[in-house]
Ligand binder design. Sequence first.
Ligand code: GUN
Ligand code: ZN
Length: 669
Amino acid sequence: MDFEIKYKDAMARIGTFETPHGKVTTPNLMPVVHPGKQTLDVKKFGAEIVITNSYIIYKNEKLKEKALKDGVHELINFPGTIETDSGSFQLSVYGDIDINNEEVIKFQEAIGTDIGTSLDIPTAPYVKREEAEDDLKITIERAEEASKVRKDLLLNSVVQGSTFPDLREYCAKEISKFDADIYPIGAVVPLMEMYRYADLVDAVMYSMRGLPEDKPRHLMGAGHPMVFALAVAMGCDLFDSAAYILYANKDRFMMPDGTLKLENLIEMPCSCRVCTEYTVDELRQMSQEKRAKLIAEHNLHISFAEIRRIRQAIVDGELMKLVELRCRSHPFLLDGLRRLEEYQEDMEKLNPSSKKSAFFYTGYESLSRSEIPRHLRKLENVKPTSKNLIILPHTRKPYSKYVNREYIKKYTPKIATYYSNTDITDYSDSDIVVADVPFGIIPLALDEFYPLAQNESPAIHDENSKKFIREIIGEYSRKYENILIHNKVVEKFDLENLCLVEDELILPEAKVTDFDRLKTIADYQFGTGSGESLFGNDPDKVKIEKSRKTGKIRHVYEGDDIIVNMRASDGFLILSDLGAIRLHKHLEKPNMRVVVAEDSEPFAKKGKSVFNKFVLDCDEKIRRNDEVLIVNKDDELLACGKSLLSSYEIKDFNTGQAIKTRKIKKFQE
Ligand code: GUN
Ligand code: ZN
C-alpha cells in the first residue's frame, strides 16, 4: 500500500493511502463501529475509515455467518475502508481467547476486511522487563506469521514493548522487516487512562525511531481529541475511538481541551447540531439511551472537528502552536509536551525548514521546538568577520531597519555596557547581532530569513527564556575577543554578571550591505564559504535587483546571468544555473546532494521531478523546502531543485516525489 505525503509540519504528515474501498486522508479518526449494536451512522460525520472488531464477529454465530456470506462492509453497513482488530484487546482483558494468530488473519481476509491486525500481545505498562520481553517475542513472531499468511489483506503490525522505550524501538525495527501496511502503536490505553502522558510520549517517540517513514502509524485506542494534536506532531496518522460512545454513556461531552459532565453544564458546550438543537434540561429529561446517542453525536463531531483543525495547522505550519495550546489544558498533558523536549533532535530530522506561518512563542515550552537547535547549528556556518561583536536589543522586525532608529541614534552616546579583556574603544569594525527570544542570536544580515524574521514572542520575558538567551549569548561570545553588549540587552536578560566593565561608548551605525547580507545568508543556508563561492569578494561584480514594492533583494546577477533568486516568502536563496554550478563545485560530497539512479538522469536534466524510488542517496541534512543539488553517482551535476521531503523520508519512501526539479541549461565555466 502506497502512502503519499502532501504536507508536513513537525513530524506530522497530511498524506493519503488507498485501500480497495477508497482513499483515506491522514491524519484521520477511525470511529469504532460495534458489529452488533451500532446505532450511530458514522458516514454522516464524514468518516472515511472505521474500525471494528473481528473477534466479536467471530464469536457471534449470527454475525460470523453474515460476515462470511455478505462481507464485513455489508455487515456494518459501511462502504468505505474498514480496519479490523484481532481480539488482542480481549486477550489483554480476559487473558485468553479461542482463536490463534493464523486463524484470525484468515478470518479477517475471509470477511473482506481492508486492513487486518495480527494477534499481538498488548503488554501492560510498568510490568517486569522479562514479561515485556517474553510477550514481545510472541508479538514479533506473530507479525511475521501474519505477513506470510495474508494474501491481499492489508496488514497492521502493532508495536509493543510496554514502558521500556528500548523495547519499543527494537519491536518497531523488527516488525518493520515484514512489510506491513500500517504500524499501530499498541497498549497505550492504560497510559492514557492514567494520564501518564510523559510515558506516552516516550513510548511513541521510541516507536517512531524504529518505524519507516513511508507507512501510516495508528495510535491504538486514542480517542480523546485533546491528545490528537500532540500525537499527530509525533508522527501518528490514525486514531480510533470508541471513546465517543463510552463517554456518552456516562453523560460526558468531549472537548478538544478536556471533558465536560452533563451534570455540571448550564449551557451546551459547542455549536454542533446537538448542542444547538437541544438544551441542557431537555437532555437531562430524556431517556438515557436517547441522550447517549445525542452526546455520542456531539463527541464524534468534536473529534472530527479537531482532526480538521489539525490538518489546517499542518498546512499552515503552525501545528506546534496548537499542540502547546492543547497541552496547556491539562497539567499531565503539559508533562507530555515537556517530555517532548527530549526528542528535539528526532523532530528536527523531519521538520520542514520553512513554513507558511510565523513561529509564535506561547510559553517557555516553545524553546524546545526544533527550529531553535537548527538555527544554532546553522549559525555555526557563519564565521566571524571581525574580532569584535556588538550585541543589540531586539526591535521591530526586520531589525536592520529599526535598530538604529530605536536604539542607536536615540540613545547614543551613553548606552553601552561592555565586557571585554582589552580596552579597545573603537567598535566601528564589528559583527553586529541582535539578541532576542526565542532564537538567541540573530546576525543583522539574517534578519529576513525564515524563521528569524517570522517569529513573535512577548516583550515581557519569562525566567526560562532569559536563562536560555543568556546561555546562547555566553556561548556565542566565545568566538570573539571583544564584546559590546547594549545595556538594554543586559537589562532584558539579566546579564550583569557577564559584564566586566561598564562604560560609555559610541556605537557605530548598525548597517548591513546587500552584498554582505547575501554572503551571510548563503553561508547560513548552504554552509561555510558558500557566500564567497557564489558571489566572490567584489561587490561591484554582482548586480542586485530589488523589489520596488518591498525593497527586498529579488535577483542577483553576474553580467546577464542570474546566480540566485531570493524567495520572497522566507528569504531563502534559490539557485539558478550559475549558482548551482558554483555551489556544486564548492561544497564537498555529500553536502546538498541528492544522488539519482542512471535511469532517472535524463528526466532530471529535463527538469522533471525526481521520484523517491530513483534516489540512491542523499545528504542527511536535507529537509522539506531546502534547496538541493541533483547529481548522478559520479557526482556530476544534473539539475537543482527544492526538496519536498526530509532526507529521512526520501530514504524510506519508494513512491512519490522527492524533489521539485529545475533544469540547468548547459553552462560553460
Ligand atoms: N486496542 C487498543 N490497544 C491495542 C493493542 O495494543 N493491540 C491491539 N491489537 N488492539 C488494541
Ligand atoms: Zn456539541
